[in-house]
Design a protein. Structure first.
Length: 69
């Protein structure tokens, strides 16, 4: 049982750290504000999901221009 508990705790802490890092990067990309980046880091995965839902085509990495041969 101790090993199972350790694995769960490690997974949760890793997921939280990843969510926090990802949220800070997404917030900084959009807002260029340290205050918003800190708030996003606190909200971590909630902000990541919000960023994904509200992003526009420029943030999505897709260009609107079509290349015709």
């Amino acid at each position: 049982m101790l090993i199972d508990s350790t694995i769960k705790n490690t997974g949760i802490s890793t997921g939280t750290a990843l969510g926090c890092s990802l949220a800070v990067v997404c917030s900084w990309t959009r807002n260029r504000s340290i205050k918003w980046a800190i708030l996003a880091g606190i909200l971590n995965w909630f902000y990541v999901i919000y960023f994904y839902i509200t992003r526009d085509e420029a943030h999505a990495g897709r260009s609107k221009k079509k290349i015709t041969p």
